[in-house]
Design a protein around this ligand. Structure first.
Ligand code: SAM
Length: 248
């Protein structure tokens, strides 16, 4: 990608494939954004991606109040895939949970799984809205693949139904004798990882006992302070990504 392309607006286009010379029609929201916010006109260029086929230079070939069409010109970045890190997190208050989805996207999580724990207060997660938020974050952070967001499920189901062999669960647990995250992860920088973050009220004693006894679980501490769930997500994911970047 050249420096010129770097300054171009970036849009997700919802289509199975992208290839040269093809056209795509943009959504109502994108038309509004292009015309009224970015003031893009016919002949203007932008970057487009669909989460699968890399990033494309595209030209606006038609734009009106009701319709906008872009034509894909050339591929400017090859597709890349985020490393296999998933987040299991209890829903918390709306703004905080939105923030968690946005930060998980920026920090390169592959999957986000909302899970209901014993102390979870909010028993809903609007999958479609969270997907839209995550797509916006992907557009902004130059990510090429989309973070998958799965339907709300119970924590126990998630941990007991066919847990994939080789995958480790990083159990973020406050006020425990767990080792610091960096030390605990040293031997697992390459393994597929899941990170578990609890609700505002933390995990119940029964959950702590049951989860700690599972063979794929690595309990970790993020320090002596009690962090909000969103801070715990950012801190744990940043540590894991930093370790992965550093390992050969
Ligand atoms: N209400 C709980 C308490 O007072 O002990 C705090 C829960 S905290 C707001 C939400 C989640 O963030 C926790 O369940 C845990 O997963 C994670 N967390 C917060 N601080 C942490 C720490 N120091 N180490 C590891 N995980 C932490």
């Amino acid at each position: 990608m050249t420096t010129n392309h770097k300054n171009l607006l970036r849009l997700y286009v919802s289509r199975e494939t992208i290839s040269g010379e093809e056209n795509a029609e943009l959504s109502k929201g994108q038309i509004h954004y292009l015309r009224n916010v970015m003031r893009l006109e016919k002949g203007g260029t932008l970057r487009a991606f669909n989460g699968r086929n890399g990033e494309w230079l595209a030209e606006v070939t038609e734009i009106s109040k009701k319709k906008a069409i872009v034509t894909f010109l050339e591929k400017i970045r090859e597709q890349s895939t985020s490393s296999d890190i998933e987040i299991l997190a209890s829903p918390v208050k709306k703004e905080a949970f939105d923030f968690m989805v946005e930060k998980a996207t920026e920090l390169g999580a592959a999957r986000f799984r909302p899970v209901i724990c014993e102390h979870t207060v909010i028993h809903r997660a609007n999958e479609e809205r969270l997907k839209a938020l995550s797509i916006e974050a992907s557009e902004q952070c130059e990510r090429l693949d989309l973070m998958e967001i799965t339907p709300l499920e119970s924590l126990l189901n998630a941990l007991t139904n066919a847990w994939p062999s080789g995958r480790k669960l990083i159990f973020c647990i406050e006020r425990a004798e767990a080792p610091p995250i960096l030390r605990a992860l040293e031997a697992h920088t390459k393994a597929p990882l899941s990170i578990l973050i609890g609700p505002e009220g933390g995990f119940s004693d029964a959950e702590v006992r049951a989860i700690s006894a599972m063979p794929f679980v690595i309990p970790v501490s993020l320090g002596p302070r009690i962090l909000k769930a969103e801070t715990a997500l950012i801190a744990s994911l940043a540590c894991i990504q930093a370790l992965r970047d550093r390992s050969p």
